[in-house]
Unconditional design. Structure first.
Length: 83
């Protein structure tokens, strides 16, 4: 199991660090955040190991805790860009 936790003051860059450049049409791979980079590595490794006969069951959750409220950011209408 893996947990990525980002904590800090409002405006300190947590979202940018975790997600990367979110501007429209940005395709600069060097500007990806921790989450897209980590997911890419996990998928890459699972594909390589699948060739060796390994199988995987994967699941993910993506939540925000703010003012003691938990939001599921994978649910439609609950993400940062949906505000």
């Amino acid at each position: 199991k893996v947990c990525l936790f980002s904590y800090g003051q409002t405006g300190s860059g947590k979202t940018h660090t975790m997600l990367g450049d979110q501007s429209q049409g940005s395709s600069d791979q060097s500007q990806r955040g921790i989450i897209p980079r980590a997911i890419a590595k996990v998928v890459e490794a699972s594909k390589a190991n699948a060739k060796k006969g390994w199988t995987y069951d994967m699941s993910a959750s993506y939540v925000e805790i703010y003012n003691e409220q938990v939001r599921d950011l994978l649910r439609a209408g609950s993400g940062h860009s949906d505000k």
